[in-house]
Design a protein around this ligand. Structure first.
Ligand code: GRF
Length: 204
């Protein structure tokens, strides 16, 4: 069983896609905890409603736990993989050191373009639109200590040549995110993802 912790900050559609994939695609995966940097957000409410353990993490809010405690809790839960699904805060270096190649993120553009600090949510799609990109698409990558910099695991190109607004790009890319992220989690749960000569390979 692959025990995952999903980190969220907002709507939670990727979290839902993961949970909805469990019965037919991710039979060996358990969402053991959902963590948010926001006390109230739809993603956290959704997880709570399903009876999943939720945690609120922040360095400032007295009602939250801090990252040091979070690492201990995740260790106690024996979490195998951390999935950042729309989590807006930078993960502290200490957590990355504790989970080498065990933290993945979904980004709504084809990295290494349109990534880095400030490139999140609609900012990404607006930038893609303004550059007149003809394709976009999600990237799932390992998380290292630099924003959107870790090795790319999977990407899917989406034709956006006929879009009229950044919203349309967001909608098309999100649909594919909901397929790509569960796909990568499944491959990790099957031990089918490896790194050789600095490249990531996914076995059939
Ligand atoms: C997604 O587009 C994801 O790629 C990005 O933030 C958005 C989160 O959406 N990192 P949701 O909360 O999963 O609906």
């Amino acid at each position: 069983m692959l025990k995952i912790a999903v980190f969220v900050s907002g709507r939670g559609s990727n979290l839902k896609a993961i949970i909805n994939s469990i019965p037919h695609q991710l039979e060996n995966v358990e969402v053991s905890a959902v963590i948010s940097d926001k006390k109230d957000c739809p993603a956290l409410d959704y997880a709570e409603g399903l009876g999943i353990k939720t945690l609120f993490v922040s360095e400032k809010d007295p009602q939250s736990i801090n990252y040091e405690s979070l690492i201990q809790i995740l260790c106690g839960l024996k979490i195998d993989l951390i999935v950042l699904a729309g989590f807006l805060k930078k993960i502290p270096d200490e957590m990355i050191d504790n989970y080498p190649n065990k933290i993945i993120n979904i980004h709504p553009a084809l990295l290494p373009s349109f990534g880095g600090k400030g490139m999140y949510g609609m900012n990404v799609h607006k930038a893609v639109f303004e550059k007149s990109c003809q394709i976009s698409g999600p990237t799932v990558h390992f998380v290292d200590k630099i924003y959107d910099n870790g090795k790319i695991i999977a990407q899917k190109a989406v034709d956006i040549s006929d879009v009229k607004t950044p919203d349309e790009i967001a909608e098309r890319v999100l649909k594919i995110e909901h397929i790509l992220l569960p796909f990568v989690i499944k491959k990790i749960s099957e031990n089918k993802i490896s790194i050789k000569n600095n490249r990531v390979y996914i076995a059939e």
